[in-house]
Design a protein around this ligand. Structure first.
Ligand code: SAH
Ligand code: SF4
Ligand code: F3S
Length: 441
C-alpha cells in the first residue's frame, strides 16, 4: 500500500464553491488524499476560485504568487486551480503561472481523480467542458465521517438569467436541476452524519425544477416539503433566489412549513427601473416591493437579505437615490453591497463606467443605510427568546456559538455538549455582527 497523500483546499466565492470543495476533497479522498489545514503540509494544493468581481479573480494570481516558494522548496508539490476562474481563464492560468499543474472547471471535477493520475505522471491537466453527465452522480463515495450540524446541498447549478453584469451564466453554464430522489438520499446521509440544518443551494435555487418522485417536474417548494419529512432534519434554508422565480407555493411554504427558516436572501441589485432594465433583471422596483409584501404577509417575522450593485454603467445620482429609497421602504436585516466591476465577456462591460470616486461614495452611503437597518433588526431581537442551533465553541472559554432561526450569530455561556443541539436562548445584547444571549431553562 502506498502512503496517503495530503491535500490542502482553499475556497473563494459563494457557498456553491464551499459545497464543491467538499465534493472535490471526497473525490480525491478516494484516490488517496487526506485534507490538511495548512498549505505547508500539503502534497497537493487546490484553489477553488471565484470570478464574480475583478478583485475576486485577481486574488487567485496573488495566492499563486505566495505559493511559489513552497513549490520551489518542494518540486513534487502539485498545484491545481478549480472553480469559476478556471472556467473563465482556462489555459491562460498556466501561461501566467506555469507552476500550475491542473485546471478544472466547476462542471468537470468528477474527472479529478483521472486528471490527478496524469498530473502524477508529470503531465499538465486541463478540463473546462460542460459535459452532459451529472458531476455529482459520478463522484466516488468516500467514507462518511461525522460532521458539523449544518451543511450545504447543491440542488441546482448554473444560470439562464444573463443579468448583463454577471459572469455566472458563462462560468457555471446553463441551469440544471438535480433529481429529487438523489437529493433526498444525500440529505438523509447528511442527517445520519450529524447534520440538522441543510441549506439548499443554487445560483437560482428557486428556479429549481427537478425530476420528482412521481416522475413529474417538481418546484423548490415541493422539494422543501419532501425534505421536511426527514426525521432529524430540523431546519431548511435556501439560497440564492431571483425575484421572478418566487412562486406562490414557495411564498406559502414560508408561512406553513415549520422547518423552513424565517430568513430569505432575495437580491434586487438596484432600485431604479432604468438601471434594472439595463441590468436585464426583468423585474421592476415596484414588482419587487409588492413581492416582498406578499412574502411578509405569509411570514411577518421574516428577516430579509439582499444584494446591491452601485455604479452600474449609466447610473445617475437620481438612479442611486431610487436604490436608497427602495432600501428604506423594504428594510433589510442584512445585505451585501458591491461596487460594479466590469467582467470580461458580459454585455455591461462594453458600457462606460461611472466615475470610480462617485461609485465609492455611493457604496459608502448605501452601506451606511444598510448597516443602520442591520443594527435595528438585531437590536429588536434583544429581550426575545429564539431557538439557536449550536455549531461550535465560542471564542471565550465556556462559550458556545450558533445561529438563530433568523441566521443571527448568537453566543452564550454554555456546555460544549450542546453543540449540535437546538436550544432556546434569551437575547440580552446586540453587538456589531452578533447577538449575546443566555440559555433559557
Ligand atoms: N445568483 C445570485 C448571485 C450571484 S453573484 C443572484 O442572482 O442573486 C452574487 C452577487 O454578486 C450578485 O447578486 C451581485 O450583487 C454581485 N455581482 C455579480 N456580478 C457583479 C459585478 N460584475 N460587479 C459587482 N457585483 C456583482
Ligand atoms: Fe448572475 Fe443574474 Fe444569474 Fe444571479 S440571476 S447568477 S446575478 S446572471
Ligand atoms: Fe464566484 Fe463562481 Fe460562485 S463566480 S460567486 S464562485 S458561481
Amino acid at each position: 500500500m502506498t502512503a496517503r497523500k495530503k491535500l490542502f483546499v482553499k475556497t473563494y466565492g459563494c457557498q456553491m464553491n464551499v459545497y464543491d470543495s467538499e465534493r472535490m476533497a471526497e473525490a480525491l479522498g478516494a484516490s488517496g488524499y487526506d485534507q490538511v489545514a495548512a498549505p505547508e503540509d500539503a502534497d497537493m494544493i487546490l484553489l477553488n476560485t471565484c470570478h464574480i468581481r475583478e478583485k475576486a479573480a485577481e486574488k487567485v494570481y496573488s495566492e499563486l504568487g505566495r505559493l511559489k516558494p513552497l513549490r520551489e522548496a518542494n518540486p513534487d508539490l502539485k498545484i491545481g486551480v478549480a472553480g469559476c476562474v478556471a472556467q473563465a481563464e482556462g489555459e491562460e492560468i498556466m501561461r501566467r503561472q506555469p507552476m500550475v499543474d491542473l485546471v478544472v472547471g466547476p462542471q468537470t471535477y468528477h474527472r479529478l481523480p483521472r486528471m490527478m493520475e496524469a498530473v502524477g505522471r508529470g503531465e499538465k491537466a486541463l478540463d473546462t467542458d460542460f459535459p452532459e453527465e451529472d458531476k455529482f452522480a459520478h463522484l466516488p463515495k468516500a467514507r462518511l465521517p461525522k460532521r458539523g450540524p449544518t451543511a450545504f446541498l447543491t440542488v441546482q447549478e448554473g444560470c439562464d438569467k444573463f443579468c448583463s453584469f454577471c459572469v455566472v451564466p458563462y462560468t457555471r453554464g446553463a441551469e440544471v436541476s438535480r433529481p429529487v430522489d438523489r437529493l433526498l438520499r444525500e440529505a438523509r446521509e447528511l442527517v445520519e452524519r450529524g447534520v440538522r440544518e441543510i441549506t439548499l443551494l443554487g445560483q437560482n435555487v428557486n428556479a429549481y425544477h427537478g425530476s420528482g418522485l412521481d416522475g413529474a417536474e417538481w418546484g423548490l417548494a415541493q422539494l422543501i416539503w419532501e425534505m421536511a419529512e426527514i426525521d432529524g432534519l430540523d431546519r431548511i434554508r435556501f439560497t440564492t433566489s431571483h425575484p421572478n422565480d418566487m412562486d406562490d407555493a414557495l411564498i406559502e411554504a414560508h408561512g406553513t412549513c415549520d422547518k423552513l427558516m424565517p430568513y430569505l436572501h432575495l437580491p434586487v441589485q438596484a432600485g431604479s427601473d432604468r438601471i434594472l432594465k439595463a441590468m436585464n433583471r426583468k423585474h421592476t422596483a415596484e414588482s419587487y416591493v409588492r413581492l416582498i409584501e406578499r412574502i411578509r404577509a405569509a411570514r411577518p417575522d421574516l428577516v430579509l437579505s439582499g444584494d446591491f450593485i452601485v455604479g452600474f454603467p449609466g447610473e445617475t445620482e437620481e438612479d442611486f437615490q431610487a436604490t436608497l429609497d427602495l432600501v428604506a421602504e423594504v428594510g433589510y436585516g442584512t445585505a451585501y453591497s458591491f461596487k460594479y466591476s466590469a467582467r470580461p465577456g458580459t454585455p455591461a462591460s462594453e458600457r462606460a463606467m461611472v466615475d470610480p470616486a462617485e461609485a465609492d461614495d455611493r457604496l459608502q452611503r448605501l452601506q451606511a443605510l444598510l448597516t443602520e437597518q442591520q443594527r435595528a433588526t438585531q437590536d429588536a431581537m434583544v429581550g426575545r427568546t429564539v431557538k439557536v442551533l449550536f455549531e461550535k465553541p465560542g471564542r471565550m472559554d465556556g462559550q458556545i456559538t450558533g445561529k438563530s432561526d433568523y441566521l443571527h450569530a448568537v453566543h452564550v455561556d454554555g456546555p460544549a455538549d450542546l453543540i449540535g443541539e437546538i436550544a432556546p436562548v434569551e437575547i440580552v445584547e446586540s453587538r456589531p455582527n452578533s447577538l449575546a444571549g443566555r440559555l433559557v431553562g
